[in-house]
Design a protein around this ligand. Structure first.
Ligand SMILES: [Zn+2]
Length: 99
């Protein structure tokens, strides 16, 4: 039976990392953390997450997208920020999970 990708799912961090990569976070001006940009259409259908969930397999995609929406995650890039803090330091950006 297909599973719902929740924050408690054992592959959540893998999913989140793949969304992070798909959003292509980058500094428009190298070395300027305030110039951080990313790719996201800010739409509830979450095309990046959907494509990743399809590749991961055995995931109930519609139920997962509903779960994300019900938990206040409106679009792809917000998935990256859930439960994370982003440390912006000098020339690079590091993302750490909060344990
Ligand atoms: Zn977005």
């Amino acid at each position: 039976m297909a599973e719902i990708m929740t924050l408690e799912h054992p592959r959540w961090l893998e999913f989140q990392n793949r969304v992070f990569e798909a959003c292509d976070f980058r500094e428009q001006i190298p070395g300027m953390p305030d110039s951080l940009v990313w790719t996201c259409n800010h739409r509830a259908d979450k095309p990046l997450a959907r494509a990743i969930l399809e590749k991961m397999g055995n995931i109930d995609i519609e139920a997962t997208l509903k779960y994300l929406g019900d938990n206040g995650i409106p679009c792809d890039h917000e998935i990256v920020f859930i439960g994370l803090k982003i440390i912006k330091s000098g020339s690079h950006i590091e993302v750490f999970g909060i344990s």
